[in-house]
Ligand binder design. Structure first.
Ligand SMILES: [Zn+2]
Length: 205
């Protein structure tokens, strides 16, 4: 599985293109802003993006959704409890950031344990991890976990936005810590980490 990270949008969110070299099928995670680099990468590598998957519904992770949909034509996936972020500028906090923006509703609402297939051989499993937002989720692959704004390198997501819940995010992070220690952590902002490293070095655990 190939994974390419792009830093996009006004406050630098991580957008990931995850794809298979065998099938050229892939998914895009968190298109936080329009990016000519992503378009170029997808075209250069002849990647067919078959899903756009959102770790949560905050503006800085969905800001490039319209462009991503126009580019790929792929359906949009978000966990059920963040679904209204797409249609509410209050819930996606774009109002707070001074440029209210809404989007078309998602095509598929994800539940805990759902399997997101990239192609026949590669998949991501949805783990709901509420706390930063009510419908935040992580996406677990064979060697990596995309943690959105739930878990960062030696930190965790903020819980002072609407719908945030500190007790809930701590429970979510503890659930993440039960995963294989060798899983690489690919967060929604900042640098990568590893489950085992966070277990020993994250001050919130
Ligand atoms: Zn967020």
């Amino acid at each position: 599985m190939q994974i390419r990270k792009f830093i996009v949008g006004p406050i630098g969110a991580n957008c990931y293109v995850v794809w298979s070299e065998d099938s050229r099928e892939g998914v895009m995670i968190d298109p936080g802003g329009a990016s000519p680099q992503i378009e170029e990468y997808i075209k250069e590598n002849h990647i067919h993006i078959n899903k756009i998957v959102l770790t949560h519904g905050h503006f800085d992770h969905i800001g490039g959704l319209d462009e991503a949909k126009a580019l790929t034509g792929a359906p949009v996936y978000i966990a059920k409890d963040d679904a209204d972020c797409l249609t509410s500028s209050g819930k996606n906090i774009s109002t707070m950031m001074g440029q209210a923006k809404t989007f078309e509703p998602a095509d598929v609402l994800m539940k805990d344990g759902d399997v997101i297939s990239i192609d026949d051989k590669h998949q991501l499993t949805v783990m709901l991890t509420p706390g930063h937002t009510p419908g935040g989720c992580c996406l677990i692959g064979k060697e990596v976990v995309f943690t959105g704004d739930t878990l960062f390198y030696t930190s965790i997501g903020r819980t002072d936005f609407p719908g945030g819940d500190y007790q809930a995010i701590i429970a979510s992070v503890k659930k993440l810590m039960t995963l294989d220690e060798h899983l690489k952590v690919l967060p929604g902002h900042g640098e990568n980490s590893e489950i085992g490293f966070e277990r020993h070095n994250n001050p919130f655990i």
